[in-house]
Design a protein around this ligand. Sequence first.
Ligand code: DP6
Length: 342
Amino acid sequence: MKSTFRCSSNIALVKYWGKKTEGIQLPANPSISFTLKDLYTETTVSVLGSNTTGHPEFEFLFEGLPKPSFIPKLTDFFSRIFHDYSILKAFRLQINTSNNFPHGTGIASSASGFGALACCLAELEEMHTGKPVSVEQISKTARLGSGSACRSMYEAPAIWGSHPLVQGSSDEFAIPFQGNIHAAFANMMDAVLIVDAGEKSVSSTVGHGLLKGNPYAPARYGEATLHLAELCTSLETGNMTDFIRIVEQEALQLHAMMMLSNPYFILMRPATLSVIEAVWAFRKERDVPVMFTLDAGANVHLLFPEAHYQQVKNFIDDRLLSFCQNKQYFCSAIGSAPIRIQ
Ligand code: DP6
């Protein structure tokens, strides 16, 4: 028995930063993301034999080779889901995974990685028990690996975290955006500029934890809740000005929270700020709807409608490449749910 899935990464527009509870990834505020179609992980999970130990047994290969540094996170993950998956009790599993983006570029692979793994486990569970596993259950399983992974399940923008104005929203799993997306946002793209390919000095998991007891955290959670409602409205009305304001404000609030933490830290690099200033200047000069967002690192994501691809590409090549390590950037279309590979 084996199962193979491709699952894309995602970039948050309204950021998840802070957890209600440590460990099991219940978010302190709701978030919404775009799935990055062309940046993905492919994972195969195969059954190796029976499990007679009463605890999860697995072997992990990254691009065909053992990767001991991933084992602790996977061990925590499997112990959290052990009682929900009879395949884990019955079998010893092998996980073989690879990304289509180069390792060591600062592009996070935990969302696409746990997303793909959750899809494979669900398919094996269905094969073993004959009972279907819902997409909400798969999203919940992915969340127990890494919070943001639960949003990689949908072609539509994904909303995770309960919000009073979003019907069906939940802290447990992500749901697809229910409204009609305006033509202005129908074909968005993301260019990920690799400003710093190195390992982050503070991991997301540690960063989330620093919001506990942070006096600014309640105000931040309020802002995210408001931004999510405003962003959903702009997706439906096509209000690009509001959309850009919210997306950029969210990126800067995320990094402001890092600076307001104790201990404080900064993940932006000087080149991150240079790119942001260049984006603002370009938008003013050329009236092109291109905006930046950031995840928990120095790299800059540029979001823009596909219709402006050539203008944005020229802008990157002429004015931004000097800020990118080894002149590297990766372009992706938005959308794509996980794909089962035969
Ligand atoms: C800044 O999902 O990586 O990218 O749940 O601890 O695994 P864990 O954290 P993770 O945090 C992502 C934080 C973010 C914002 C976001 O994706 O919403």
